[in-house]
Design a protein around this ligand. Structure first.
Ligand SMILES: Cc1cc2nc3c(=O)[nH]c(=O)nc-3n(C[C@H](O)[C@H](O)[C@H](O)COP(=O)(O)O)c2cc1C
Length: 245
């Protein structure tokens, strides 16, 4: 196995960090690695806000549902899907931008995800670890106001980055036969395979938590998907000029 594959397969989310700072030139390099990701039709729709202000950081801890590592990480980045600059560019050419298409929402969001994962992987190659923070969407309108986001920009997720003070065990993923199909969407006996995987995940949680958590993957997912999923998102996105048509 080469080093890149080892790095990718040993990744896990890290939520405890040392006090060591991440230098601005290192952060800049990580962002440039994000920019090197593929981008749909060259739209380059990702904008990153590095949150340095301590008061804002603490507000973001609360807005993200009380996640203390948002403040304790050396860096906290907010990854935004940004179609605002495309409006500026259309204005430069006296063109009227046709905004609000669901397709534009998808392409901008995909751009952000590809950009961010490049940042995360580049960080890990330098011994920096982190965790994504989707929790900022709990209070997405307040987060947008805090960061003064214009319309046609929305924060997709945050990311904590820092030098690690923990080394969590890698979380086992679904067996390959469940996620890789050939030529058509086959049922490769998925229910049975997932039941087997459940045993592995139960064991993973048992060993990671000293026996205090014993849930399986399917229990966790079934428990989550009976609840509403941030129902405010549709109205928020429409208010910001996304998914209108
Ligand atoms: C878009 C996205 C949002 C996430 N949001 C949070 C979050 O708000 N808080 C958190 O602690 N972890 C968050 N995570 C981390 C996931 O919980 C984690 O990736 C998953 O449980 C798998 O664990 P692993 O990354 O250690 O393999 C998020 C991950 C992604 C990709």
């Amino acid at each position: 196995m080469n080093e890149v594959i080892k790095l990718l397969q040993s990744r896990s989310s890290v939520r405890k960090f040392t006090d060591q700072a991440i230098a601005q030139d290192t952060l800049d390099k990580l962002i440039q690695c994000g920019q090197a990701a593929a981008t749909s039709s060259f739209i380059q729709a990702c904008t990153v806000i590095q949150v340095e202000d301590k008061i804002k950081r603490n507000q973001l801890v609360d807005l993200a549902g009380g996640q203390p590592y948002v403040a304790s990480a050396a860096r906290f980045l907010v990854f935004c899907a940004d179609m605002n600059r495309h409006k500026l560019v259309c204005d430069m050419h006296n063109s009227k931008m046709e905004s609000g298409y669901t397709e534009q929402f998808i392409t901008a969001t995909v751009d952000v995800a590809l950009f961010a994962q490049n940042v995360m992987t580049a960080a890990q190659s330098l011994g920096i670890e982190g965790v994504y923070i989707g929790g900022i969407r709990n209070n997405i309108a307040e987060v947008s106001d805090l960061l003064e986001l214009p319309t046609l920009v929305y924060p997709v997720f945050g990311m904590c980055l820092g030098y690690p003070a923990q080394d969590p065990e890698t979380k086992p993923r679904l067996p390959l036969s469940v996620v890789l199909k050939t030529d058509r969407y086959q049922d490769n006996n998925d229910t049975k395979t997932i039941s087997e995987y459940d045993k592995q995940i139960r064991e993973y949680y048992r060993s990671r938590t000293g026996g205090t958590k014993e849930t399986t993957w399917s229990e966790q997912i079934a428990g989550m998907l009976v609840k509403e999923a941030r129902p405010h998102m549709k109205a928020y996105l429409q208010d910001r000029g996304f998914i209108l048509k």
